[in-house]
Design a protein around this ligand. Structure first.
Ligand code: FAD
Length: 385
């Protein structure tokens, strides 16, 4: 094998690309894989990177545990309180109802990223044919040839250089860390406001420091970003109410544009798209990375099974068939997760009177129909199998 010829090239060293490389190598250590990573070589250079809190499901924890990639700094969710601002209807989900240790876990993006890098480095020591290439943005990769190309370039809505199917919700998410007076430990709050969902989620810093994800229309979000801390806290208090006492402090405010962008076809010839490179979701249901990790795990299973076969069986046709088989096996989970997220993003933002009333009824019904609540929670925790 020349240094530039590989069985698999993975483009993108974000959480999904890293996890895919790690699972492929764990299942088949001899795999000839190149990971093309545009992030800095040194972890220290990522220490100040993206600190937004990400909700990972119990299913994702089980997957990441298989490669020792579960971050130590993590906050568990035991209860989720869902309500709508100024209207009737609320629902409470608890870990006891679902018979789980936790309903989910909140971890900073950069901790997930750094822990996966560490896990892959450990696996790399036992993987003689793995090459982890750190490239700068202008690097020419045309000399790197691979039988199969995995696209894991990720990206955020409106920053992606492809647009296929989807929806612009005309919303932005303002995220930050907020200190409050009196929060119940392990509790997450999701409140639907006239402009979009407002989530207040636990953090590993302690019960009174919470992750804020406040979705609103782009102009109000931009205006909120520019407010002084005092004015910002005042307007947050007005929108959220006093369930967790006074909002005392806000730090690290950042803005993200939100929308749905997904590929109808996730394979083409010897190429396959996973994670945000395949679908970018609204964060209302906290599903983007959870779905991406399931993509990565399943693809790794299929690719390692194929590439551990004798050389003469790794034909272009066998690769194409394997990728099509992968796409088929992801269909139900992808469409359920994309559909549920899109539904929630739209239904919980509309101000049309019948929808407002219907939404209140739906939340109340959810409260009194434990089987429906459990089914939705299970889809969010484990995806469709
Ligand atoms: C505000 C907000 C809140 C969210 N909350 C949640 C949540 O609670 N739960 C959840 O599951 N998900 C959440 N998400 C979604 C989650 O962040 C993404 O689904 C996840 O980051 C996707 O991972 P990825 O590796 O596919 O892509 P990315 O995280 O975008 O990583 C892709 C990597 O590829 C690199 N890259 C780009 N182009 C190239 C190239 N040409 N060659 C090589 N490398 C390249 C990038 O530098 C990056 O490092 C949220 C998103 C937002 C915006």
């Amino acid at each position: 094998m020349s240094a530039t010829h590989f069985d698999i090239a993975i483009q993108g060293g974000g959480p999904v690309g890293l996890a895919c490389a790690a699972w492929c190598l764990q299942k088949f250590p001899e795999a000839k894989i190149a990971l093309l990573d545009r992030n800095p070589v040194e972890d220290a250079d990522l220490a100040a990177a993206d600190s937004r809190g990400i909700a990972l499901s119990h299913g994702s924890k089980l997957l990441l545990d298989t490669i020792n990639a579960w971050p130590t700094e993590c906050a568990n969710i035991h209860r989720v309180h869902v309500s709508q601002a100024g209207r009737f209807g609320r629902a409470l989900m608890t870990r006891e109802e679902l018979k789980q240790d936790a309903l989910g876990h909140i971890i900073r993006y950069r901790d997930i990223h750094l822990t996966l890098r560490k896990a892959l480095r450990a696996i790399e020591t036992k993987s003689p044919n793995f090459v982890w290439k750190h490239l700068d943005a202008q690097a020419d990769t045309s000399n790197i040839q691979a039988k199969c190309v995995v696209h894991a370039e990720g990206g955020l809505f409106k920053t992606q250089d492809w647009v296929e199917s989807g929806r612009d919700y005309e919303q932005s998410a303002l995220v930050g860390l907020v200190e409050v007076e009196n929060a119940a430990p392990y509790q997450a709050w999701e409140r639907f406001t006239s402009e979009g969902p407002l989530a207040v989620l636990p953090s590993h810093y302690g019960p009174n420091i919470l992750n804020l994800v406040w979705c609103g229309n782009p102009s109000s979000s931009q205006a909120r970003l520019a407010l002084s801390d005092v004015e910002f806290l005042k307007s947050l208090q007005a929108e959220f109410g006093s369930r967790i006492g006074q909002f005392l402090k806000i730090q690290d405010r950042r803005l993200y544009e939100l929308g749905l962008n997904y590929r109808k076809e996730i394979t083409q010839g010897n190429a396959v798209w996973i994670g945000n490179a395949a679908q970018t979701l609204h964060p209302v249901a906290g599903q983007g990375l959870n779905l991406g990790l399931r993509d990565a795990y399943l693809l790794a299973e299929k690719l390692s099974a194929l590439f551990s076969k004798p050389e003469d069986q790794k034909t272009p046709l066998a690769i194409e068939n394997t990728l099509q088989d992968y796409a088929q096996s992801r269909k139900a989970d992808r469409s359920a997760t994309i559909g549920l997220t899109d539904f929630m993003a739209r239904i919980f933002t509309s101000n049309l009177f019948p929808i407002v009333v219907g939404r209140g009824l739906a939340l109340s019904a959810l409260q009194w129909l434990p089987s429906v609540k459990t089914a939705i929670a299970r889809q969010m925790m484990f995806g469709r199998r």
